[in-house]
Ligand binder design. Structure first.
Ligand code: EPU
Length: 301
């Protein structure tokens, strides 16, 4: 979707917003899939209410792009404008056991930065790709750690009231890959409380998680991590593996040989290939196990 409204185009510079016309989302997502649209790069949170007011007023639907590492975007010219928060420098500030982190900060770098200052707890999250905001929105987790456990405060843009609000940690519910944030809330910043631990101890925890991940996940291939959520008490990856689906493909969209719940872009996969692979696999699982798998990956269709 291209912004042609002259009023919006002339307002963007004063709001500190840069427009990238016809940006390719395939270049901004870890799957390397997705169509094109105008991308708006936002440097000041305070510009958001006015920007959204302008876009809504002129009838431009919009979506927020974080790190693009857990996202499958449709092909072609996209029917929304995409908004993206630019990372400030520095993006983390420490005060005692609290870390104040910008939503656009890289999760892995944040874990290491805190570790170097003897703040631990998040070792399990080390290899989870993406931003802190993305991790927060869906309560990302791995190896027994979920980011929600450390959250004490979240600053967000609330689309319903077009305002920036701060929530206390105990006002937010964090569950398995799910939070009580409204679907159109935009994470802006978070205050985490982390336990003190010596760097060497955190580092050995980080190494163990990295090794486990390297041994079981296709880290050097284009993917969006796990495609399906695990159903209660079971593993989607194991089910797909038992069905002999490793290596199964639609075009260049492929079930990984290493971990069956990772679908990779083995070349020039389109979103259509990936959607078709997801539906085929979901149907196979439903026929055999009577379980309808839900996507873990976020889909913009
Ligand atoms: N398994 C197989 N074949 C496979 C994949 C897994 O037999 O192809 C078996 C494993 O051997 C193991 C069990 O299934 O016995 C569980 O596998 P794994 O330890 O890899 O965990 P998972 O449940 O498949 C979850 C998260 C991952 C996270 C890992 C590690 C979900 C959907 N996935 O995977 O998160 O990294 O645990 O904690 O919750 C993601 O969110 O994108 C993601 C990759």
């Amino acid at each position: 979707m291209r912004i042609e409204d002259a009023k919006i185009l002339s307002a963007l510079p004063a709001l500190g917003i840069e427009r990238v016309p016809g940006a390719s989302l395939a270049e901004r997502t870890s799957l390397g899939i997705g169509g094109t649209t105008d991308l708006l790069l936002i440097r000041r949170h305070s510009s958001l209410p006015e920007l959204v007011r302008l876009l809504d007023g002129a009838g431009y639907p919009h979506k927020f792009l974080g790190g693009g590492s857990n996202l499958l975007v449709r092909d072609g010219e996209l029917p929304w404008v995409v908004l993206h928060l630019v990372k400030p420098d520095p993006d983390v500030r420490l005060e005692g056991n609290f870390a104040y982190v910008h939503a656009s900060a890289d999760l892995g770098r944040t874990v290491t930065f805190c570790a170097k200052h003897d703040l631990g707890g998040m070792e399990g999250l080390i290899g989870v790709p993406g931003t802190v905001g993305g991790a927060l929105r869906m309560n990302a987790g791995a190896y027994g750690t979920q980011i929600g456990s450390f959250v004490r405060e979240v600053e967000l843009y609330r689309a319903a009231t077009r305002s920036i609000v701060t929530l206390r940690g105990d006002e937010i519910h964090f569950e398995y890959r799910h939070t009580s944030f409204a679907p159109d809330d935009i994470m802006l910043a978070v205050k985490l409380e982390l336990p003190s631990k010596p760097f060497s101890e955190i580092l050995s925890g980080i190494r163990i998680c990295n090794e486990k991940r390297r041994a079981s996940q296709p880290l050097n291939q284009k993917s969006a991590g796990c495609i399906f959520k695990n159903p209660p008490g079971a593993s989607a990856g194991r089910m797909l593996d038992e069905l002999g689906l490793k290596g199964f493909r639609v075009g260049d969209a492929r079930v990984s040989d290493r971990h069956a719940n990772f679908f990779t872009n083995a070349g020039k996969a389109t979103a259509a290939d990936m959607f078709s692979l997801i539906e085929t696999v979901r149907n196979r699982v439903e026929q055999t196990y009577g379980v309808k798998l839900e996507e873990e990956v976020v889909i913009w269709k």
